[in-house]
Design a protein around this ligand. Structure first.
Ligand code: FRU
Length: 466
């Protein structure tokens, strides 16, 4: 393939929340407070390694344009001196409460974890109140990532934990006032040998269904499943009085791509349940080879995704507001007799594609780098990219439960989110290829059959750091 309109930018992303510089990981403290969306995030402002974790802070009124504020929490106290680790936010009586884990290395170099509180009147300046309770018996120091929800007039906190025989689990605490907490035991019976640590647990309360989301570490790859260094998934069921009763389906991976980890949810003032995740956890050597390190930054968050349950199916859909990103739109079905390729004007694009009837098998290639293949008989989607460390092609796949109907795709210069069948499956991934072009090319002429819509939108750049 010839090089067309070779891209000369530095893999910058322009509409996904990233940090101005340094390393970003988990989204934290997501909340709608005082007429603003607050996104906090794990942030090392001093470098592109996993150290010096503060809570970076960005605010928005529309989930599109973001203002960056000073870090809300910095590791300056004895109980968080080696990192203000992940946690969540909760509003009570006009005040914003942040719950987070203070990470400490003691004089012997051993880990200690403190579950801490910080309180704010304005959502900008936070007063640390220190640890909330003593470390519970029977769990290792891998105890972190408090997430709060409310049932009637009680508050519940869930924490990622590790048992003394090194199994991942979650424990819960209960409080009448967000200040005094009592230990209530395990959230669910531990799944047998389901990894050595569960990070960033979350409980989503949706109409008729609760969703327990967590990020287990230490699962072995099995067929299409658990292919990444760490996984994130969910179990549908019912959360009541500190216990989770799972439905029978078990653990389902939330995203089938290469980079998605540690998502967090919140409810906004419209009652929507929205998540953002981190794109994402990588093998350390692969992470160290990410070329944006040369530009002084690494990683970004996913787009905000609304979570719905339809039937018994969890759907993740980019929030409505993202339509405001659209600049010029091209209806490819009307505009042109579809050729085998189009040249995109910029990397920042959204594509929407739907079919009237099940499509035949096809392969799409984006930017001389990422391919999406659909095998119609198996209803199987495979996404392939080049590993930027090894130079090898690598794949992730899923078999859909029903034939492909829709694809919604968000593209940036080094990032892609692919939503299939109204968000029943999602693939999130980064890609870095010096020879990337702006071409979108498709093979197998038959994929055009039954096309109902094929629209491409150029997207606005809303996040730029000078
Ligand atoms: C998940 C995680 C959390 C921890 C944070 C530290 O990516 O390991 O468990 O609180 O990142 O940055």
């Amino acid at each position: 393939m010839s090089k067309v309109e070779q891209n000369d930018e530095n893999y910058t992303v322009y509409y996904h929340v990233r940090a101005p510089h340094g390393l970003l990981n988990d989204p934290n403290g997501l909340v709608y407070f005082n007429n603003q969306y607050h996104v906090f995030f794990q942030w090392n402002p001093e470098g592109t390694t996993h150290a010096n974790k503060t809570w970076g802070h960005a605010v928005s009124t529309d989930l599109i344009e973001w203002d960056y504020l000073k870090p809300a929490l910095e590791p300056t106290d004895w109980f968080d001196k080696d990192g203000c680790y992940s946690g969540s936010a909760f509003e009570r009586e006009g005040k914003l409460y942040l719950f987070y884990t203070g990470n400490v290395r003691n004089v012997n170099g051993e880990r200690e974890s403190y579950q801490c509180l910080a309180v704010s009147e304005d959502g900008i300046h936070f007063e640390k109140r220190g640890p909330l309770f003593d470390h519970p018996n029977n769990y290792t120091a891998h105890l972190r990532d408090p997430k709060i929800w409310q049932e009637k007039d009680e508050y519940w906190m869930i924490l990622g934990a590790q048992t003394l025989d090194l199994k991942g689990t979650t424990i819960v605490y209960r409080s009448p006032d967000l200040l005094n907490w009592s230990f209530e035991g395990e959230f669910m019976d531990a799944l047998p040998d389901f990894g050595y640590m569960w990070e960033c647990p979350d409980v989503l309360k949706l109409p008729n269904k609760d969703v327990f989301v967590f990020s287990p570490q230490g699962l072995e790859a099995k067929g299409d499943f658990y292919q990444n260094i760490f996984q994130t998934g969910y179990i549908l069921g019912e959360a009541r009085s500190g216990k989770f009763i799972p439905d029978k389906e078990g653990f389902i991976e939330m995203d089938r791509g290469f980079e998605f980890y540690a998502p967090q949810s919140f409810k906004d003032d419209h009652g929507r349940t929205i998540i953002l995740g981190w794109m994402g956890a990588m093998d350390p050597e692969v992470e160290a080879a990410v070329p944006t390190i040369n530009e002084g930054w690494i990683h970004h968050l996913t787009l905000p995704r609304e979570i719905k349950i339809v039937g018994n199916q969890l759907l993740q859909q980019p929030v409505e507001e993202l339509k405001e990103l659209r600049l010029a739109s091209f209806d490819l079905l009307k505009d042109i007799a579809l050729k085998d390729r189009i040249i995109l004007s910029t990397p920042e694009q959204e594509m929407n594609c739907s079919w009237d009837e099940s499509p035949a098998s096809f392969t799409w290639n984006f930017r001389n780098e990422v391919t999406i293949t659909y095998e119609a008989t198996e209803k199987r989607i495979t996404v392939e990219r080049t590993n930027w460390l090894t130079g090898e092609r690598e794949t992730r796949s899923v078999n859909l439960t029903r034939p492909l109907e829709t694809v919604q795709l968000f593209l940036e210069d080094s990032s892609m989110e692919i939503y299939l069948n109204q968000g029943a499956e999602v693939f999130s991934l980064r890609y870095f290829n010096e020879n990337r072009t702006n071409m979108w090319q498709w093979k197998d002429a038959k994929w055009k059959n039954h096309l109902a819509d094929l629209t491409v939108h150029e997207l606005k750049r809303t996040i730029e750091f000078k």
